[in-house]
Design a protein around this ligand. Structure first.
Ligand code: TUI
Length: 325
């Protein structure tokens, strides 16, 4: 048990990434039933959809779950109303500064977990009353900042006293162990859960993640101020060309409208927006969410134990200073 499992009342300190259009009640319930924290992603969805998914998740699990608010959502206020009405207990946020909403969320007794991409925003959300913070590095899929997980997490850890959860580039037990070594008390995982058996994304999307190599993602949208990591395809190539040619950002935004839906629901892997993290290269098979979670933490324990021998027995690294120079 640590602060993350205690605060969220879960067995393993793992939060499922709130992948817009992908993370519905089916995936969220599977992750929660597997001992992690499942999240319903409300980004791009209507209040009716969210209300329905909250009802559904409650029929599928009696474990804690959360809802993510994508702060660029045009219907954000409506979605927050649904969260209050349905008495959701845990809310994560993404793609912005949730500062002005935290007070109201706390007044409704909600555990607030902002997903942020810089130390500065981490400090601000802690001051505003966040209970925990997810630091997301640029290895992540979807909307990203510009600091790596490796650099962000220890600096965030030093800057805040609330628990830090690491996200971006974590797809197996080695990533979990590394995140903890950097000071995280939990992990948030997205890409690996896209290929969970219970994830309802189009089969072609799962196969695209499984086929991907380390270098198969790219960040598009820097010109619009909202960089998004996706699998390379015809759409990403066209967008990058337009950006290089300084095409009007509105025209780029127009080309991208509805593309995430095309990828997730129709399986369009060429002209769809196939959001994925850089860790896709190590995602190899479809598995139940529960198995993914168990495997990741078993592996993390193993790598932690096998690597700790070096630090336990290291002569010149025992703290006495260099001996062999
Ligand atoms: O939010 C995410 N990941 C997302 S949101 C999303 S939907 C979307 N699609 C197209 C464009 C934009 C969003 C897909 N993936 N992760 C958390 C995250 N937050 N990553 C980066 C940030 C972030 C970036 C800038 C947070 C705040 C920020 O500026 C804050 C400010 O000071 O206003």
């Amino acid at each position: 048990m640590n602060r993350v499992t205690e605060l969220l009342n879960i067995e393993y300190p793992i939060i499922q990434g709130a992948m817009a259009r992908i993370a519905d009640s089916s995936l969220a319930a599977a992750v929660s039933n597997g001992g992690g924290l499942g999240i319903i992603a409300s980004g791009g969805e209507s209040k009716e959809w969210l209300s329905n998914e909250i009802d559904k998740v409650r029929t599928l699990t009696d474990k804690p779950f959360g809802v993510n608010l994508m702060l660029l959502s045009p219907n954000l206020e409506e979605l927050i109303e649904v969260i209050f009405e349905k008495k959701v207990r845990i809310v994560t946020t993404g793609a912005g500064n949730p500062g002005k909403y935290i007070k109201a969320l706390k007044e409704h007794n909600i555990i607030v977990v902002p997903v942020i991409a810089s130390v500065a925003l981490g400090i601000r959300v802690e001051r505003a009353g966040a209970d925990m913070v997810v630091g997301e590095g640029l290895e992540a899929g979807g909307h990203i900042g510009d600091i790596t997980t490796m650099a962000l997490i220890p600096q965030l850890k030093d800057a805040v006293s609330i628990p830090v959860v690491a996200a971006g580039g974590i797809g197996d037990g080695r990533g979990v162990a590394a995140a903890f070594m950097l000071g995280a008390e939990g992990v948030q995982v997205g890409t690996r859960f896209v290929v969970a058996e219970e994830c309802t994304v189009h089969e072609s999307y799962k196969q695209a993640i499984i086929k991907a190599k380390d270098s198969d993602t790219v960040a598009t949208g820097r010109s619009t101020g909202h960089p998004v990591r996706v699998l390379k395809n015809r759409l990403s190539k066209e967008v990058l060309t337009m950006e290089k040619n300084m095409t009007d950002p509105n025209e780029i935004a127009e080309l991208c409208t509805g593309r995430l839906y095309d990828a997730v629901k129709k399986g369009d892997m060429e002209m769809g927006s196939v959001m994925s993290g850089q860790i896709a290269g190590l995602v190899k098979q479809i598995q139940p969410a529960k198995e993914i979670i168990r495997e990741m933490f078993k592996e993390a324990k193993e790598v932690y134990e096998s690597n700790s021998a070096f630090f336990r027995t290291g002569g010149s690294i025992s703290g006495d200073g260099p001996k062999s120079l």
